[in-house]
Design a protein around this ligand. Sequence first.
Ligand code: NAD
Length: 474
Amino acid sequence: MSRNSIDFSKNPYYQLFLKQRSQQFKIGNMPYSQRIKQLKKLKTAIEVTYRDRIIEALHKDLNKPKVEAELTEIYPIISEIKFAKSNLRQWMRKQKVDTPMSMLGSSSYYIYEPKGVCLIISPWNFPFNLTFGPLVSAIAAGNAVIIKPSEMTPNSSALMAEIVANVFSEDEVALLEGEVEASTQLLQLPFNHIFFTGSPSVGKIVMSAAAKHLASVTLELGGKSPTVIDNTANIDKAAKRIVWGKFMNAGQICVSPDYVLIDESIKERFIKACRKWIEQYFTNTPKTSDSYARIVTQKHFERLQSHLDDAKSLNAKVDVGGEVEADSKYIAPTIISDVNQEAKLLNEEIFGPILPIVTYKTLDEAIAYINSKERPLALYIYSSSKRNTKQIIRNTRAGGTCINNSVIHYANHNLPFGGVNNSGIGKSHGFYGFKAFSNQRAVVKQHTYGINELLFPPYTSFKEKLAKLTIKWF
Ligand code: NAD
């Protein structure tokens, strides 16, 4: 029997978990130089040894264009490693803090210590980035890690398994391929931290499994990210950046603009500008464009097709695109307006290349609409008005916001990345990722006689007066 009196002996991953747990202090006590060495090995593998095969695997799984693979899969991992390399020494330092007068004779600091054995569960839309990105933070923080990537992108998962096996020993980092059942089995084990990226519904399963052991969690989830365009916005620039952010990876991005909320007076001009930019990026036959990805699986293709059909049956108007081809899992970059509020497109995360346009008459109406839904992972504002921008930010809640752009807040490692409530719990990237995989341990060191000892029992009337003075003075 193990801790908490739960018998894990039949769990297929328990032996691996125990192996990692037995190494946790060895790994956790590795000095800065050793952690950096691990990260450098991973960097070389991704940037040099496996670079071409990563691009190939992504093409097989998602028809991901080469440039997108470089920019949205390889680059974020490499830059995360570089950022950790530049800052890790500072992050690992003990952080001195002030000590109050009432504790005279002592000093205080805290340290970031590794959580121990961590589980990373990742999704399919950016398989390498969203698996190795958190891994960089976990290694920087000194943890042992078990990874379970998505079964939806098998070529990428198989290659990641090979990379991990070649770069790390199993008791440091292990990657287990498998279906949902593999996640379910792993989630039974008493990990110290679980870092999950995926849908809010599975996030709830992860969090309730973590609750059994009171494991801490980082949940990087999704949802419907609104894009507000007010009547002061530069319409052409807005369309240029929204079309880019929406149709990259065929809209299968957690921070993709899910729907547009636009002042009704500029709707038609915006749609026209979107049509122009879609043609500019993907030609007028995006199906033949090398710059346009495909839907990951037949199941997701069917889900999106049925959402489109559902909206059309409720009298929505397809303004741009709308073509689908089941064999190649192709859905054209699609702009759709006059969508009924009951339509699935306006009630479920789209996660595909369909952009519904919702109009508003007043900014208050737009804000009320956003607040009638779950708190989003991203909220984009296109406006030239500081007043309007401030009004939207102050009266909504979101994981992150770009003003006059889409998606790019993800790329700044100095910013915390993550959602709020339904779109996520906890933050990642840069220092915030390191922090997610660390425990902040508070330390007080007594140097001399502690002034608080004057208040030790027995509690005389003199000590009662002293207690009152302490409350008054300190
Ligand atoms: P998903 O939740 O279906 O799956 C994610 C992972 O969880 C996969 O590894 C899968 O095997 C596992 N899983 C699935 N069902 C499970 C279950 N019942 N029990 C245990 N594990 C289970 O998500 P997805 O389809 O891979 O990705 C799409 C979702 O992820 C979207 O909602 C998107 O917004 C979100 N996402 C969020 C971020 C972010 O950084 N916040 C990034 C990418 C994707």
